[in-house]
Design a binder for this molecule. Structure first.
Ligand code: IPD
Length: 265
């Protein structure tokens, strides 16, 4: 059973490329839905792309566990010595279903809490992001570096709005607080790609509450290996997370906006 990051990354890249290729070849079926929810949709292609990625992983890393957006219960209790593959076959599903190009396939491999390898593949943008625990973050083979923006007032902050309003993390209030202090707040609709924007220095931070591990597992490693910081702020129940990533320089300032400190006066 391999745990070598470079070998795991090669498998992850092949799986993400194959899943992305299938979504592109079948995009005329992007309206085929298994389930339509308020503010979300479960596409037939989500399930098919996950199956394609899983088949490649199971063939080349047979003894390892898989947790996917489309099979969230399957990982069960994975012991900390077994690598866990975390797949979001189409992150940005709603974008994809409307024909917007901001979607990707995100695959990470973890051993316990440690990410070993991760990739985010955005076929419509022709962007393949990769990182390993012991190597650099790359986009199409070119090194990535987070920005040097040190003030929130000069920062572009990517975010998303939680679909389930949680009184601990009221989405519109937090969005408003961020957007009045940042240069701009942006919602592009794919958390995994948002994280890659932070890694590449195009954005300075990403925050979302109500997000799932498969949305952020690969992107968090890519941000860290590009010199940034990724932080789990809290668990909201049912697998939903509150998560912040940044270039490092504005991290504390953004955390304070999200969780305002009590005024000493
Ligand atoms: C969603 C996207 C979106 C984020 C949502 C996620 P999905 O993932 O990452 O940007 O705001 O919270 O659920 O459903 O398209 O895989």
């Amino acid at each position: 059973m391999t745990t070598a990051p470079a070998e795991l990354l090669a498998i992850a890249v092949d799986a993400a490329r194959a899943a992305g290729r299938h979504a592109c070849e079948q995009r005329h079926r992007r309206g085929e839905a298994h389930q339509r929810l308020a503010h979300d949709v479960k596409l037939a292609l989500d399930v098919e792309c996950q199956g394609i990625a899983e088949a490649i992983i199971r063939k080349r890393a047979p003894a390892q566990a898989i947790l996917g957006e489309e099979s969230p219960g399957e990982a069960g209790c994975v012991d900390s010595g077994t690598p866990l593959w975390i797949i979001d076959p189409i992150d940005g599903t709603v974008n994809f279903s409307h024909g917007l190009p901001f979607w990707c396939c995100s695959i990470a491999v973890r051993l316990g809490a440690r990410a070993l390898a991760g990739t985010v593949y955005a076929p419509d943008l022709n962007e393949l992001y990769t990182a390993t625990a012991d190597g650099p973050a790359l986009c199409n083979g070119a090194p990535l570096r987070v920005s040097s923006v040190a003030a929130v007032s000069e920062a572009l902050i990517m975010t998303g709005l939680d679909k389930h309003v949680d009184p601990r993390m009221p989405p519109f209030e937090i969005f408003r607080a961020i957007s009045v202090q940042a240069q701009k707040a942006r919602i592009e609709g794919s958390a995994a790609l948002d994280l890659c924007r932070v890694a590449s220095g195009q954005a300075d931070a990403f925050f979302e509450s109500g997000i799932y591990i498969w949305d952020i597992a690969a992107g968090a490693l890519i941000v860290e290996r590009a010199g940034g910081r990724a932080e789990l702020l809290g668990e909201l129940g049912r697998g939903r997370l509150s998560f912040l990533a940044s270039n490092g320089l504005i991290h504390e300032a953004i955390r304070n906006i999200i969780n305002p400190q009590p005024n000493p006066a």
